[in-house]
Design a protein around this ligand. Structure first.
Ligand code: SAM
Length: 241
């Protein structure tokens, strides 16, 4: 690893409003989606439950279900992953924490899942260290910033996930490869962030100290990165609350 997790200075790229404005623009965007469509796949900008679940299948490949574990779900929306875990892994012991910028999402999630091992928190990063973290769809909708600024935002999300994951984490991206695509909601292409694995693999290996496995060809114009932590950064990097 080159230099540990140096904080990215995002101030310049985001202009005078700063990065807080990005978070509040993201929150406003998703808050409007869930207000319009409710706690449904469309309310988190997915076209249907089948593709939402297919993403969970890929992301959860980072987890070893043979033993109990703690899981952070970053950008959890209304908590659809909880229902998926119950359905697909009914006997597993997962201590789940969902985190989302959107208060509207979290209040829906809390209403839906009332269990001691299903908790939710409003924010941009998990307040706790877990064995694994997943993030589905968090990078897709650029709410109006330059590509460079949006990539700084993505790097910050990845850093936060690395910092709060003991064993590994996983994220998905929309692919820029040619082919049919399930666009996110009805957004114009210009607002969707598309990329390729090569853009992010060196960053995850060198800056975040992870080994990377890429999952592609699972029937969608997307890819998933499984990031396994090569060293424990927890002692060096206190959690931010
Ligand atoms: C496309 S939705 C997906 C929701 C959920 N992961 C699912 O698949 O059903 C993305 C969610 O991530 C949240 N989000 C985006 N950026 C975030 C960040 N940096 N920290 C926490 N939540 C974020 C949004 O508010 C939104 O609810």
């Amino acid at each position: 690893m080159k230099s540990g997790l140096e904080r990215i200075d995002m101030g310049n790229r985001f202009g005078s409003a700063g990065v807080q404005q990005v978070y509040s623009d993201v929150e406003a965007y998703y808050g409007a989606q869930v207000a319009k469509h409710g706690a449904t796949p469309r309310g988190v900008d997915w076209s249907c439950q089948a593709t939402q679940s297919l993403r969970f299948v890929q992301l959860l490949r980072i987890c070893d279900f043979a033993a109990p574990f703690a899981l952070n779900d970053v950008g959890c929306g209304y908590g659809a992953l909880c229902a998926f875990l119950d359905l697909r892994y009914p006997d597993s012991r997962v201590d789940y924490l969902g985190v989302d910028l959107s208060r509207a999402m979290i209040s829906r999630a809390r209403r839906r899942f009332r269990r001691a091992d299903r908790r939710f928190s409003i924010g941009k990063a998990s307040p706790r260290l877990a064995d694994y973290s997943v993030a589905s769809g968090v990078m897709n909708v650029n709410v109006g910033y330059s590509r460079a600024a949006w990539e700084d935002f993505i790097a910050a999300v990845l850093q936060d996930m690395r910092r709060t994951s003991r064993r590994g984490f996983s994220v998905n991206f929309m692919s820029d490869a040619n082919g049919a695509s399930e666009a996110s909601g009805n957004l114009p292409e210009t607002r969707l962030y598309r990329t390729n694995p090569e853009r992010w693999i060196p960053y995850c290996e060198d800056a975040l100290g992870c080994s990377v496995e890429t999952l592609e060809n699972y029937g969608m114009k997307e890819f998933t990165l499984l990031l396994r932590c090569r060293q424990n950064l927890a002692e060096d990097l206190p959690l931010r609350h």
